[in-house]
Write a protein that binds this ligand. Structure first.
Ligand SMILES: Nc1nc2c(c(=O)[nH]1)N(C=O)[C@@H](CNc1ccc(C(=O)N[C@@H](CCC(=O)O)C(=O)O)cc1)CN2
Ligand SMILES: Nc1ncnc2c1ncn2[C@@H]1O[C@H](COP(=O)(O)OP(=O)(O)OP(=O)(O)O)[C@@H](O)[C@H]1O
Length: 202
């Protein structure tokens, strides 16, 4: 698959995001769609989820629901060289700009791979995802790098890409390369879609 094709597909989804405006789904839509998935989580699980920015799918209610259900919630922190570390999040946690001014991050101690390799579930930002589990992000490679290290460290947590309904595509429609970490499922406002070949939810 050519990098050029991937760039063109990414640009097109980025443009659509910018044009979404007020027609975007609400935080409640994503939280409701995730409810059945949350019911499958053991008590006191460790769950990662991004803090939404701009026109991204709004995970704010989902974050609150996870915390209210008694799970430990971790959010990503951008580190140099496109690495991710993590911080604990709770409602009201103080946020500050990190490496990228547009991305809010909690203040407090950072957690590295050792502290998070037991993660049970990760909600991952994406611009689009297909039914085969191919995910397209913003192009930083942050999550691909993190998930490669997470799996290499023995991490077995399930991965779920969060996108709008029009960004969920039939299997095989997104270009994929060897470094792309596949997801186990996709969350859209209309529901949770397990990836059959991942075997985790089927
Ligand atoms: N909410 C959220 N948090 C997240 C991600 C995400 O996609 N969404 N990430 C998913 O990987 C990581 C950060 N990924 C990034 C990917 C691209 C750029 C980027 O294009 N930056 C622009 C300027 C950004 C700005 O407007 O401030 C640049 O570098 O020029 C930044 C961060 C970790 N945290
Ligand atoms: N495991 C990895 N190790 C080193 N480089 C990687 C790895 N995964 C991805 N990359 C590189 O990162 C860059 C961006 O990758 P890609 O386009 O797949 O990002 P993305 O999935 O859209 O971004 P993100 O994961 O931040 O949402 C590419 O140059 C890719 O080769």
């Amino acid at each position: 698959m050519s990098a050029d094709l991937k760039d063109r597909v990414r640009s097109s989804f980025r443009r659509q995001r910018r044009e979404l405006g007020s027609t975007a789904a609400t935080a409640g839509d994503f939280a409701s769609a995730a409810a059945p998935l949350l019911h499958t989580l053991p008590a006191s699980s460790q769950v990662a989820c991004y803090l939404p920015m701009g026109s991204e799918p709004d995970t704010s209610r989902l974050l609150e629901d996870l915390f209210a259900a008694g799970h430990t919630v971790l959010v990503p922190v951008c580190e140099p060289e496109r690495q991710l570390s993590w911080r604990r999040w709770a409602p009201g946690t103080e946020l500050a700009a990190g490496l990228f001014p547009g991305i809010p991050e909690p203040v407090g101690p950072r957690l590295g791979l050792d502290a998070v390799k037991g993660l049970d579930l990760l909600f991952i930002p994406a611009l689009a995802a297909d039914a085969a589990g191919t995910r397209m992000g913003k192009g930083g490679g942050y999550y691909d790098r993190f998930l490669a290290r997470f799996r290499a460290a023995g991490g077995t947590g399930r991965t779920v890409a969060v996108v709008y309904d029009h960004e969920f595509l039939p299997a095989g429609e997104l270009p994929a390369d060897a470094l792309d970490a596949p997801v186990d499922g996709i969350l859209t406002p209309s529901g949770f879609k397990p990836v059959p070949s991942s075997g985790v939810y089927t």
